[in-house]
Design a binder for this molecule. Structure first.
Ligand SMILES: Cc1ncc(C[n+]2csc(CCOP(=O)(O)OP(=O)(O)O)c2C)c(N)n1
Length: 559
């Protein structure tokens, strides 16, 4: 072997580092700046999944992170490719999803000289990521990849962006000069970052004080963050709820405590005298626990990995924050469960009342039918879909869009679910489904989405066909951006509803043209057969269901 053979290209260092760190797959869209990385992947076991828009690559990495807890890796080209990922990063940040975005970047020697696709990429991504930085040398590329993954997965998980200048990827580095991710010296990365990646453990004293406050409260509620919405997080929260006899609820939707998934939860929160935030930010989703709809004397305990969020809680609560503690979320939950075993539990009456509110659904939903010819009411669609979703405990349900999807969220009980998330962005669901199929090779995967929403990334059906990733999309087609149309109706009146119409397009035919399975459904009687055929096709499928334009459900307790 010659001296030169011992040297590695920067691109090979990046690919080998990803492999060393346990990554199996990269969600990507090609471009000039990253073709060296495509080339380097050939020397590894890394699989490249090529999508049709850069945001789709980030959405796939996001879904992979949410479902598996392992960091998803997205890789895009510089300049406009990088710019195309911004909205998807907002979604991942809101969903506390661990992912790393690797963006190609103009060569270092081009910078400031008007290089090809030269833009300040790290600055651009900083507000929508947990950390954002640009590699400075070829020798330290491995360390940079390792740091990006470490930051993405520790503390509050989230997306991290790393830009890779193209000349560093082409440069050769002698093997003894390479700083691999697991090198003892990892210092030297300066990232534009938010949040903490080193959260301490919850002390016994704080755990005991929290449990004592829960025991003394009349109507306490524990609120949990999106990062606990996967199977292991939900199981942990169920144990915390059982150990403390206190309702423990994940807030993961932009509709917050009013999300229809949570039944009449906002009626319950209105009566709470103590809220314990276990990693949940005090933000718009909790309406800052103040104003109409809250007990003015409600007290707060905040446990969070980020000091900034504890400070915010103290400021917002104005003296009603009784305890604030910096701690890792999962560890805090485990510590509370362990210490609760030593204390006398509160009686179960309040928890039973809370569960009844969370599970409550209007009786009328069992029999609502459409009032419009050739259109289904959303409740009819989801009554029919429910047994298919419940057939397999591993079913993955993905809900995306406005009013139609809200009906799906509230009527389909599942343990594995992904929704738009508190970022409030629509459009990611087809990419979520594609990634879910990699994470879950066998179980049924259903997507519920609106006709406005499907347009964002309908070309991901081509990705799904090409990569053999079957799932069934139930499209509620009311030829309208209904969620926005409903805002016009509520805020400005019926006569001022305009500008939100769509055509009743044949999205099913578009999917069939991509090589998938497509069906049009205009009556409730035809829906079960269409679902059966879609599942049996083994293909990515779209059932284009013509629906009435119905507002999202609002569930309140009677009286
Ligand atoms: C990226 C992004 N753009 C726009 C919006 C605003 N928005 C929320 S719901 C919605 C309408 C969705 O329409 P559709 O998919 O047809 O669902 P429907 O409400 O009709 O059930 C829009 C435009 C958003 N949340 N995210």
């Amino acid at each position: 072997m010659t001296e030169n053979n011992k040297a590695l290209r920067g691109a090979d260092i990046v690919a080998s580092s990803l492999e060393r760190l346990g990554c199996e797959r990269i969600f990507t869209l090609s471009g000039n700046h990253i073709m060296s990385l495509f080339d380097a992947a050939l020397e590894t076991r890394l699989e490249l999944v090529h999508v049709r828009h850069e945001a789709a690559a980030v959405h796939m990495a996001d879904a992979w992170g949410r479902l598996t807890g392992k960091p998803g890796i997205a890789m895009v080209t510089g300049g406009p490719g990088h710019a195309n990922t911004m909205g998807a990063l907002v979604t991942a940040l809101g969903s506390e999803s661990p992912l790393v975005l690797l963006s190609g970047h103009a060569a270092t020697w081009e910078l400031g000289r008007g290089g090809f696709q030269e833009i300040r990429q790290a600055d651009m991504a900083a507000p929508v990521t947990k950390a954002s930085f640009t590699a400075k040398s070829a020798a330290t590329l491995g360390r940079d990849v390792g740091e990006a993954i470490r930051i993405a997965t520790t503390g509050r998980p989230g997306p991290v962006h790393l830009s890779l200048p193209s000349d560093l990827l082409e440069e050769r580095v002698e093997s003894n000069a390479i700083v691999w991710p697991d090198s003892p010296s990892r210092t030297g990365v300066s990232a534009l970052s938010r949040g903490s990646s080193h959260a301490p453990q919850l002390s016994d004293a704080v755990a005991d004080a929290t449990l004592a406050a829960l025991a003394a409260a009349a109507r306490p509620i524990i609120l949990a963050p999106p990062q606990l919405s996967n199977v292991s997080g939900r199981a942990l929260l169920a144990r915390l709820q059982a150990a403390t006899n206190t309702p423990a609820v994940i807030i993961e939707s932009p509709r917050g405590i009013a999300d229809a998934t949570l039944g009449a939860f906002s009626d319950l929160v209105a009566r709470a005298d103590l809220i314990v935030l276990v990693g949940k930010a005090l933000d718009f989703t909790t309406r800052w626990l103040s104003g109409k709809g809250f007990d003015p004397n409600v007290r707060l305990i905040a446990i969070d990995p980020e000091g900034m969020l504890l400070e915010r809680a103290a400021k917002e609560m104005d003296g009603r924050l009784v305890l604030g503690a910096l701690a890792d979320v999962r560890h805090a939950a485990e510590a509370l469960i362990a210490r609760a075993a030593q204390t006398r539990p509160r009686d179960g009456a309040w928890l039973a009342e809370a569960r009844a509110a969370l599970d409550s659904r209007p009786a009328a939903w069992a029999s609502i039918t459409s009032q419009t010819a050739n259109r289904l009411h959303p409740a009819e669609v989801f009554r029919i879909l429910r047994p298919y979703v419940e057939r397999d405990p591993d079913t993955v349900l993905i809900c995306d869009g406005g009013e139609f999807a809200q009906w799906g969220q509230s009527m389909l009980p599942v343990r594995r679910r992904m929704i738009n998330g508190v970022g409030g962005s629509i459009g990611g669901s087809l990419s979520f489904a594609n990634a879910a199929r990699y994470a879950e090779p066998k179980a049924p995967i259903f997507v519920v989405l609106g006709d406005g929403t499907i347009g964002f990334h309908i070309a991901e059906f081509e990705t799904a066909v090409r990569c053999n990733l079957p799932f069934v999309a139930i499209l509620g087609n009311d030829a309208l951006w209904n969620a926005e149309s409903q805002i016009q109706l509520r805020e400005y009146g019926r006569e001022r509803m305009h500008g939100c119409a769509l055509t009743p397009a044949r999205y099913d035919l578009v999917v069939a043209a991509f090589g998938g399975h497509g069906e049009l459904v205009e009556s409730a009687a035809d829906l079960p057969g269409a679902i059966e055929r879609a599942l049996a096709s083994g293909k990515p499928a779209c059932i284009n269901v013509m629906t009435e334009s119905i507002a999202a459900p609002v569930i309140r307790l009677a009286g």
